[in-house]
Design a protein around this ligand. Structure first.
Ligand code: HEC
Length: 149
């Protein structure tokens, strides 16, 4: 809960400041620093979250450009050991009447999913994959996860 509020806050903050990733680095007539250049003051967390919002999500909250076959393979390799074959081994809301699995999160709250996959959660023993899995592969995993029950 804490995390999802954080991610939504972040997104609205970024959106209201007009942070964008225009191809030519120009947004609304203002020259944006090159990602990763000294003038780029976004943290890697902010940059990764902004990438999701500006590049990957369609208006229905679905991931664009995912190869589901590749995503399935990557999910089986990396996520299945803990989350289970169909993602229903770990219930994120064990104390609530409605159970919540990785597929629910991916469909209903992709920013939370995306944050967790990238940066993990030490308290909950969820690993950070930012340095392990490429951005392109994460797109496939995220898209595939939205198809899980
Ligand atoms: C070593 C075991 C392990 C592996 C491997 C693993 N996870 Fe997790 N994951 C967890 C645990 C434990 C939690 C926390 C569950 C809880 O708090 O109920 C979690 C939580 C999450 C959540 C947070 C859900 C939420 O909203 O609360 C997401 C999203 C997630 N994992 C995605 C992934 C993805 C994607 C992969 C593969 C790239 C992956 N996980 C691999 C153990 C793992």
């Amino acid at each position: 809960m804490k995390l999802s509020r954080f991610t939504f806050l972040l997104i609205f903050t970024l959106a209201s400041f007009g942070v964008g990733f225009a191809e030519d680095g120009v947004k609304g007539g203002v020259k944006m620093p090159e990602p990763g250049s000294p003038g780029d003051t976004l943290t890697k967390e902010d940059a990764r979250m902004a990438y999701l919002v500006y590049k990957l999500l369609d208006k229905n909250g679905k991931i664009k450009g995912a190869d589901l076959k590749k995503g399935e393979k990557l999910f089986y390799q990396n996520c299945r050991p803990c989350h289970g074959d169909d993602g229903r081994r770990l219930d994120f809301t064990p104390t609530e009447p409605r159970r919540t699995f990785i597929g629910d999160r991916a469909r209903e709250e992709m920013p939370t999913f995306w944050y967790q996959m990238n940066f993990g959660d030490e308290d909950r023993e969820m690993e950070a994959y930012y340095d392990e899995i490429s951005l392109e592969e994460m797109v496939h995993i995220a898209g595939f996860a939205q198809t899980l029950p």
